[in-house]
Design a protein around this ligand. Structure first.
Ligand code: TRP
Ligand code: SF4
Length: 328
């Protein structure tokens, strides 16, 4: 058997190019090599959205449509929703018994988010326990590899520690999960900041061609190029770093570099050269999305089948856990 890979994403709705280049392209590669489990972490979404949860389900649907549209194949990978597998919750309870509070309180991601996310009260038991639930997600499938971005590394590190502690108390039941660090390329939004739904600067996989065009044409460039005759620097230009980098061939890149630094081309011309490439890449994704969206129930039945497969594994693991902890 190839090693088992597991990863989750909190349902945030329609996905953008940041998700695509940062996460999904990597999942597509992994899907070819490993046995993969991909799930929508709707309980994790509740840790921050508990006061207004009504969008989580719709967001789950939109996110999973995008997964399938880019080529995550539910016949090959197991695709499911976290809350449909109750064994994650049971294991979460059991792991919470052995997880020292200090480990959670010291978690840098936790401390940072408490500071950064304003307008929500995150001083809850659930939010503190976020990495414990994440550990349950991983080890309930005995996953060996966990592909995540750099921001999630402390969480997986905690998962390893909790797993080690479990194995120490109750016997070597679980492999220690390893991080598969995705060197997530920085994808910048139209305003030059990191592409994010929250910043309202994202280009979505589902944006129609005219919207994509407009977003690119109004995207920030090197601010030094105030006038057409001012030379610029592609290496600090958000448009270049995000679009030409992912979509242009070497010849075009050389043309941009020369034209930009000598003011030989204008930004509009530069942008126009990459637009068709972006549209070309999005076209098959959008066609697939369109087809999948025709029958809304289809996505839910794909997820049901995924739950059936995931559930079979989780059930087996939880039996072993109960035995190991003298509950059965
Ligand atoms: N915390 C992850 C994120 O926000 C999502 C997640 C939940 C996850 N459970 C997981 C990722 C288990 C990997 C493994 O991106
Ligand atoms: Fe950016 Fe292209 Fe304008 Fe240079 S010419 S600043 S690379 S958009």
């Amino acid at each position: 058997m190839p090693p088992r890979v597991l990863s989750g994403m909190r349902p945030s709705g329609k996905l953008h190019l940041g998700h695509y280049h940062g996460v999904l392209e990597n999942w597509l590669k992994l899907q070819k090599q490993y046995e993969c489990f991909f799930f929508a972490a709707d309980w994790h979404a509740l840790t921050t959205e508990y006061a207004d949860p009504k969008e989580i389900r719709e967001n789950t649907w939109e996110m999973v449509v995008d997964w399938l549209a880019v080529g995550i194949d539910p016949e090959v990978s197991t695709v499911f929703v976290q809350s449909s597998i109750k064994e994650h919750a049971e294991l979460f309870v059991l792991l919470s018994m052995i997880t020292p509070l200090g480990w959670l309180e010291r978690n840098p991601t936790y401390k940072e988010q408490l500071k950064e996310i304003t307008g929500k009260d995150l001083h809850t038991f659930g939010f503190l326990g976020y990495p414990v639930l994440q550990t349950a997600d991983i080890i309930i499938y005995k996953a060996q590899k966990v592909p995540v971005g750099i921001d999630q590394v402390p969480h997986v590190e905690l998962s390893r520690e909790i797993t080690r502690r479990f194995n120490y108390f109750y016997g070597e039941l679980f492999p220690e999960p390893e991080t598969l660090l995705t060197d997530a390329p920085k994808v910048l939004g139209t305003d030059g900041r990191k592409m994010s739904k929250a910043y309202n600067n994202a280009v979505y996989l589902s944006d129609p061609p005219d919207v994509v065009k407009k977003k690119i044409l109004t995207m920030m460039t090197d601010p030094a190029r105030k006038r057409r005759q001012d030379p610029g620097n592609p290496d600090i230009c958000p448009l270049f770093l995000t679009f030409h980098k992912f979509y242009s061939d070497e010849k075009t890149i050389a043309w941009v570099r020369k034209g930009c630094t000598t003011a030989g081309i204008g930004c509009i011309e530069c942008k126009q050269s990459v637009i068709p490439k972006v549209l070309e890449r999005l076209k098959p994704i959008q066609e697939k999305r369109e087809e999948l969206s025709k029958d809304r129930e289809r996505i839910w039945s794909v997820l049901k089948e995924g739950s059936r497969r995931a559930g079979a594994v989780a059930e087996k693991t939880i039996l072993d856990v109960r035995k190991a902890m003298a509950l059965e």
